[in-house]
Structure formats: structure tokens, C-alpha cells
Design a protein around this ligand. Structure first.
Ligand code: GUN
Length: 313
């Protein structure tokens, strides 16, 4: 039997609807909408797409969103100066620096930049203070992708407490905060990564399996316990015909799409997993739209909290 589809696009639309009255109240009360400053350094093609989608979603939802671009040759000092300006801006409640930063900025640059964002505006939740608060289970602003996944699990009534959750991937952006959020909901959590020797065996123990590694179709049916919930965070553009053919059977509409366009967007989970899983997020239309909805939610929360703290001052 095919797994129940966990529709991230539909939930994202519902979250935007739920946000609308709060957004309107803020805008009316303060004479301006909540504002998001997005910093994009260089022109990584995937980042260009992500940022375009974030700007579009913010605009459609009647947030203010400003794109601040820096050339790939910008220095760390340039980007820190830009963040400093946004930290001091009254029109901006949230700041997002799109990662990855250009390689020339050096290995430690990314975290230095995230840490330079004032915690009250850290809508990505990647700064050291935001992460520390999450570790201690007194979160303020938490990374958008894992918060979106939790929202989906809770609203779809997937049991979490006492269940075994396996997170594949240990990134600061998804894997680590995802594991912490599941832990704080009383799941028993295992984090797997590229050095885990018996990956399929551990994944098969999962009631909730989250794949966040960035490898097309890595999670195949033999990784999945019958009836498990499978969350696919992967966004991989496949251009190799052999890889596309290994993911989709002949005649599948996605394979036809690949043949027409020369590329297809796929997750970390092989589509065949739908025959084993109890519930599963699609790609596209699963976690991606939720990430953007949670970014808007974090921006609204940051705006409300900043306004409340100004009112107290
Ligand atoms: N790069 C890939 N995903 C993200 C994200 O969620 N936020 C930022 N800032 N950069 C990213």
C-alpha cells in the first residue's frame, strides 16, 4: 500500500493563513510590516533559487523583504559591516545570511557571520546564542527546516514521545537542531552520518526517519520499517540519466520530465520507499515550502518580540 502523503505545501498555506491576522495587526499597530533583510554573497546557483523563493514568499505574504547583495569577491569585513547595518535597522526584524558563503571568505567565516547577527533578529537560528538556547530547551528562534518538520509531525498527529527517531545527517542547519527538537518532544533519538557503518540497519529501527544528507535516493526501501514515517529534507538536482533511471520506473511522469528538461529535483529518499512507509513527505512539495513558511513565522515572532521589548523600555 502506498504511504500517506504528508503535504507540506498545503500546511505551509494553512500556516500563512493562520499568520495573516497577526501580521495585519502588527502592520496596523506599527505602521510598517515586519521586515526581513536577506544577505546573498556571490552567485551560487542554488542559493539564487532559494533566495528568490524566500523573497517571493515574503512579498506575497505582505512582509517587507530586502535583498542585500555582495559580490563573490566581498571580504568577511564587508559582510560583517552589512550585518551590523541590518542589526541597527529599525525596519528589519529578521536577518538571514544565505549559506554557503563564497569559499574565499575562509573556513570559519560562516559561523562568524551568523554569530554577528543580534540574537533577537536571528530568524535562521544559526547563531551561537540561538543554538545554545535550543540545546537547553528554552528556544527563542529555531532553524526553519527542522521547525517546519516538527509542525508537520504534530499537525499530522504522528506520535513522537517514546518513539525512535533516526536523523540521517548532522549539519548545523538541519540534522543537529532536528535531533534536539525531537529529543525535546521525548523521542529516543539516533543521529547517523557518513561514518555510520550500519546505516540501513539503524534506519530500519526508526519510527520516524529524517533524511537530510543531500544524496539523491540514498534511503531505499531496505532502510525503512513497514509503517514508519519518512521525512525527506533532501533537494537534489539530478542530471545523470543513469541516476534518474534508478529512481523512477520507465513511463513514470518524473522520468518523462527529466527526459524533457535534462534535470529533475529529487529528495534523499528513493520514491520506492512509498511502498513500505506509513507516511512520507514528497519532493517537491514536502519540507521545502514549510521551511519558507517557518522563516516568515520566525520573522513575525521576532518583530512582535522586538516591538514588545521596545514598549517595555
Ligand atoms: N542554505 C541552505 N539552507 C539554508 C537556510 O535554511 N538558511 C540559510 N541562511 N542558508 C541556507
Amino acid at each position: 500500500m502506498a504511504a500517506r502523503v504528508l503535504d507540506g505545501r498545503a500546511l505551509a498555506a494553512r500556516l500563512r493563513e493562520e499568520m495573516a491576522p497577526r501580521l495585519a495587526a502588527f502592520t496596523q499597530r506599527h505602521g510598517r510590516p515586519p521586515g526581513l533583510g536577506i544577505v546573498l554573497a556571490g552567485n551560487d546557483p542554488a542559493s539564487e533559487v532559494y533566495v528568490r523563493n524566500k523573497l517571493k514568499a515574503a512579498g506575497e505574504a505582505a512582509f517587507r523583504a530586502d535583498l542585500e547583495r555582495l559580490p563573490a569577491t566581498a571580504s568577511l569585513a564587508d559582510i560583517l559591516a552589512l550585518v551590523e547595518r541590518l542589526n541597527g535597522s529599525d525596519a528589519h526584524d529578521g536577518i538571514l545570511v544565505q549559506s554557503p558563503l563564497p569559499k574565499a571568505m575562509g573556513a570559519g567565516a560562516q559561523q562568524r557571520v551568523f554569530d554577528a547577527i543580534v540574537p533577537d533578529k536571528d530568524v535562521d537560528g544559526f547563531g551561537a546564542e540561538s543554538v545554545g538556547l535550543l540545546v537547553q530547551n528554552r528556544p527563542k528562534l529555531v532553524a526553519c527546516t527542522p521547525t517546519g518538520v516538527m509542525e508537520l509531525l504534530v499537525r499530522e498527529k504522528i506520535p513522537i514521545a517514546g518513539r525512535h527517531a533516526v536523523v540521517v545527517g548532522r549539519s548545523d542547519i538541519v540534522g543537529k537542531p532536528m535531533a534536539l527538537l525531537l529529543l525535546h518532544r521525548d523521542a529516543t533519538v539516533t543521529i547517523c552520518h557518513s561514518k555510520t557503518p550500519n546505516l540501513p540497519e539503524i534506519c530500519r529501527q526508526a519510527d520516524i526517519l529524517v533524511a537530510a544528507v543531500g544524496r539523491a535516493g540514498l534511503v531505499t526501501s531496505d532502510f525503512v520499517k513497514r509503517g514508519a514515517t519518512v521525512i525527506d529534507v533532501g533537494m537534489n538536482t539530478v542530471t545523470d540519466p543513469a541516476v534518474a533511471a534508478a529512481l523512477f520506473p520507465d513511463g513514470h511522469p518524473r522520468l518523462e520530465l527529466f527526459r524533457k528538461k535534462g534535470s529533475v529535483l529529487v529528495g534523499d529518499v528513493h520514491p520506492g520507499v512509498a511502498d513500505v512507509a506509513g507516511a512520507m513527505t514528497p519532493v517537491p512539495g514536502g519540507v521545502g515550502p514549510l521551511t519558507i513558511a517557518m522563516l516568515l513565522m520566525n520573522t513575525l515572532r521576532a518583530a512582535e518580540a522586538r516591538a514588545a521589548s521596545h514598549a517595555r523600555a
